[in-house]
Design a protein. Structure first.
Length: 476
């Protein structure tokens, strides 16, 4: 299949080509695809997202390759929003699922102990930061990252007796009430009538659009000092925090890595004030950023880690791992019907082992650096790209108005309309990508950690060609 992919995609500006495999009776043709998309638009809610901008009906997939019902072949740089660490239908994950199905083991066990669950727990603890894993407890949550963040906040409030929370601008933690309150998207939070009372939101430090107007080390120093003084000042108005919640790399917020020095300072300050530090590793976890965990770049161990997406091997699974001193819950304090997902635990175990044994974190770092270098070169050639940033295989290109006046730090205004056109141009050429960022102007790359060099070259070629087209006609 991969040979078919590369042959089909030969040539920089070609439209996604038709694969040669016959379409079986279970796979619709072009007209069938159109009918399916029409029925989806009629039946599904107005809240649907990816389906609006990526009109594809996937029927088969392998690795990074997705085959559409219309016969077109696509490279997947979404990977289930980072869920598919090994890509689609990897043999080790599929094999683990089949073994469970063939064994007759129960698939649904609530929170009962099983050999499958025990192996998953042992495997996960074996790859977590040692300081945390040495004295950890695990809570299996409902199978979504949002539920796990909710659990982490509930845990911290129970353990500390406090109700406040320190969170950050640009953050994204989920779509439930407490996670929306902690997130930075005001429009979604207000529309849902979710109160963020008790949440203190601080600027997230970054270079390109430094919230303090200085950038670099100066911005990190100011961000650090602001947190330090906020906690030390009895007149700050801060609701006593039960926790500080942070993403090692803000994903939906525009692929913004937390500066390592700042994250180390946050760890030091929260420890000094006995405030639990919660690391939301739902998207950054299991090799995505070029280290096994996003916090590994700064060399810290949080008090709570929120894990989902990749740890389930492509199936729904979410847990929180936390220091035993925080385990003040009573029976049933947090539960969820599907927290005993045996297939996900089996697929997760084999995926974690595969990532570790094949050092896919290092692979993500190497390929990510290669992609980033190439995209920075494209940015120098095509000024519609204001910034290229990220870590490992979690990368973003911020699209800007090339002719607009820059701010004092050199950043031009975000151009969400141009970003949407870039996404569409990439799709026409056979690349599945999405947008994020404060203005929806950051094109995000989240390919599987198993991406080949040839696939990376193809991604570069498609994006460079799409940028060239956009630069020739940079209308909004």
């Amino acid at each position: 299949m991969r040979k078919v992919l590369f042959e089909a995609h030969r040539g920089g500006g070609s439209i996604a080509s038709r694969h040669q495999a016959p379409v079986g009776p279970e796979e619709p043709d072009e007209s069938g695809k159109t009918a399916i998309l029409a029925r989806q638009a009629k039946r599904e809610s107005a809240a649907r997202t990816y389906a609006r901008h990526l009109p594809i009906v996937p029927v088969r997939a392998e690795g990074m390759t997705v085959y559409g019902a219309d016969g077109r072949v696509y490279l997947d740089c979404l990977a289930g929003a980072g869920t598919l660490a090994l890509g689609h239908n990897h043999p080790v994950a599929i094999g683990a699922i089949r073994r469970v199905l063939d064994s007759g083991a129960p698939l649904h066990v609530l929170d009962l102990a099983t050999p499958i669950k025990d192996e998953f727990t042992e495997t996960l603890l074996g790859v977590l930061p040692r300081e945390l894993a040495a004295d950890a407890r695990i809570q299996f949550c409902g199978p979504s990252g949002a539920d796990a963040v909710e659990a982490a906040l509930k845990l911290a409030r129970t353990a500390t007796g406090e109700t406040g929370l320190i969170a950050f601008t640009g953050a994204y933690h989920g779509m439930t009430a407490a996670t929306l309150a902690a997130s930075g998207d005001t429009s979604v939070r207000i529309a849902a009538r979710v109160s963020d009372a008790g949440v203190t939101r601080l600027p997230f430090p970054q270079d390109y659009r430094c919230p303090y107007g200085v950038g670099g080390e100066g911005g990190v120093r100011i961000a650090t000092e602001r947190l330090r003084r906020l906690l030390a000042d009895p007149g700050s108005g801060l609701t006593p925090p039960a926790a500080l919640l942070v993403e090692p790399v803000q994903g939906e917020g525009g692929v913004i890595p937390a500066p390592d020095d700042w994250l180390r300072a946050v760890r030091e300050i929260t420890r000094a004030h006995r405030i639990p530090l919660i690391a939301d590793e739902v998207q950054t976890g299991l090799g995505r950023t070029g280290e096994l965990w996003g916090v590994d770049h700064a060399g810290i161990a949080p008090d709570v880690m929120v894990l989902s997406k990749a740890i389930g091997g492509g199936l729904p699974l979410a847990v929180i791992v936390y220091r035993s001193s925080l385990d003040r819950w009573t029976e049933g304090a947090h539960a969820g019907t599907f927290r005993g997902h045996q297939l996900a635990m089996a697929a997760g175990t084999t995926t974690i082992k595969y990532v570790r044994e094949h050092d896919l974190a290092a692979r993500a770092r190497k390929v990510g650096e290669r992609l980033e270098r190439a995209l920075r070169e494209a940015a120098r050639q095509y000024p519609v790209v204001g910034d290229v940033r990220g870590r490992g295989l979690m990368l973003g290109l911020e699209v800007v108005y090339p002719d607009a006046a820059p701010d004092p730090l050199g950043a031009r205004p975000a151009a969400p309309g141009l970003a949407r056109r870039l996404r569409a141009a990439a799709f026409e050429r056979g690349l599945l990508v999405e947008l994020g960022g404060h203005h929806g102007a950051v094109l995000r790359l989240l390919p599987p950690l198993t991406i080949t060099d040839a696939e990376a070259d193809r991604v570069i070629g498609i994006l460079t060609d799409a940028l060239a087209q956009l630069s020739r006609d940079p209308r909004p």
